[in-house]
Design a protein. Structure first.
Length: 145
């Protein structure tokens, strides 16, 4: 299989959170999901929204991770994964999806809009139910069975 035959996979925030937190019960599963795809030369894709959500999730006082550690991880993700920039086209796709009534959870709808604009059809997430309304435009890959 050549690189052109490999479908890229968009990583949901929860995958990066679990892969980054050794105390998470899904830590090994998330790391393996990422590393297996990287070893198979599957392009892994994120957006700035995913980076913001990662930072917001792990910057809570109860998590207690130093901010410099978190910002270093975000910078690492920017270098490690392909990045789809949020553009006017993403906003237009978001508005189209919202007007179609396929989703009210704007953050999740924006992920789908970003994927559409970036030409990515596969989404790796631990929350497949959040994207059930979008199965006509994305293939949801559950992180854990």
């Amino acid at each position: 299989m050549t690189m052109t035959d490999v479908e890229p996979v968009f990583l949901d925030t929860n995958v990066l959170v679990y892969a980054s937190m050794a105390v998470s019960p899904l830590h090994a599963i998330a790391r393996r999901a990422i590393e297996t795809r990287e070893a198979a030369a599957v392009p892994l894709v994120i957006s700035r929204q995913i980076l913001r959500e990662f930072l917001a999730t792990l910057n809570r006082p109860q998590v207690n991770i130093p901010i410099t550690t978190l910002t270093a991880q975000v910078r690492h993700f920017e270098a490690r994964f392909q990045l789809i920039e949020e553009s006017a086209a993403v906003t237009a796709a978001l508005l189209d999806l919202v007007e179609q009534g396929v989703g009210r959870r704007v953050h999740d709808v924006n992920i789908v809009a970003t994927m559409q604009v970036g030409g990515v059809r596969q989404l790796l997430t631990n929350n497949p139910g959040d994207f059930a309304a979008f199965t006509h435009v994305v293939t949801v890959i559950p992180l854990a069975p």
